[in-house]
Design a protein around this ligand. Structure first.
Ligand code: ADE
Length: 232
């Protein structure tokens, strides 16, 4: 890969990566700081998109238009949608769906964006395989799962919302940016993958667990991204 775009929604998710970068030059656009430089010997652009699907989509398009990135990696944390996937574990996206897209009244399946030719945005197979392999090597104390990441502009923190999302989309975890990054990547024809460490169970315990486990979850993702870029 000649240039890798790395997006995290929050500063906490990208600061450790930025600290490891060399030859850094920073450009501001749309309220975001795009940090271009070298990470573990590879050219990267690391950026904090801000939270939510719109910020994530704008950020990805800037990476495409202004930097011509060859792929996009989204790193961060998420709420688990499966009881087997524990806090600290990592989910690697096989595909992504937007759980808050609802044009059912227009005759589209729940989650499908009208007049787009796909319900889910498939992640890149090589990036998926590499992420899973590297994660097992560098984070042996946790489990890594490859599966669907479900995104929406909602912090999921009640049982009913979690059950609804689980039933409708059969996702492995839920967060607020991945499928928007995926949509922008899909429209621009570039490969992407979402890497999410679990900070909570996306139910009534989420508001307590999230701040308690955020830091530990982020550490696993940072470790994965740092080692993954080396092999790209
Ligand atoms: N990111 C981390 N946990 C989340 C949750 N429960 N819902 C949405 N985004 C999240």
């Amino acid at each position: 890969m000649s240039l890798i775009g790395i997006i995290g929604a929050m500063e906490e998710e990208v600061s450790a990566l930025k600290e490891q970068m060399t030859e850094v030059s920073v450009t501001k656009k749309a309220g975001m700081e795009f940090c271009r430089g070298m990470l573990n010997g590879k050219p990267v652009v690391v950026v904090r998109s801000g939270i939510g699907k719109v910020n994530a989509g704008i950020c990805t398009q800037i990476l495409v238009d202004d930097y011509h990135v060859d792929c996009v990696i989204n790193t961060g944390i998420a709420g688990s949608l499966k009881s087997v996937i524990d806090i600290g574990d990592i989910v690697v996206s096989t595909d992504t769906v937007q759980h808050d897209m609802n044009a059912v009244g227009f005759g589209y399946p729940l989650g499908q964006i009208p007049r787009m030719d796909t319900l889910a945005f498939p992640a890149d197979q090589k990036l998926i395989e590499l992420a899973c392999q590297v994660c097992r090597e560098v984070n042996p104390e946790i489990q890594v799962y490859a599966g669907r990441v479900v995104s929406g502009d909602q912090f999921v923190s009640d049982k009913e919302s979690k059950e609804r999302i689980k039933t409708n989309f059969d996702g492995f975890c839920t967060e607020m940016e991945g499928a928007a990054i995926a949509q922008a990547a899909y429209l621009n024809g570039i490969p992407y993958v979402v890497l999410r460490a679990i900070s909570d169970k996306a139910d009534d315990s989420a508001t307590v667990d999230y701040p308690a486990f955020e830091r530990e979850a982020i550490r696993h993702c940072v470790n994965l991204v740092l080692n993954m870029v080396k092999k790209l």
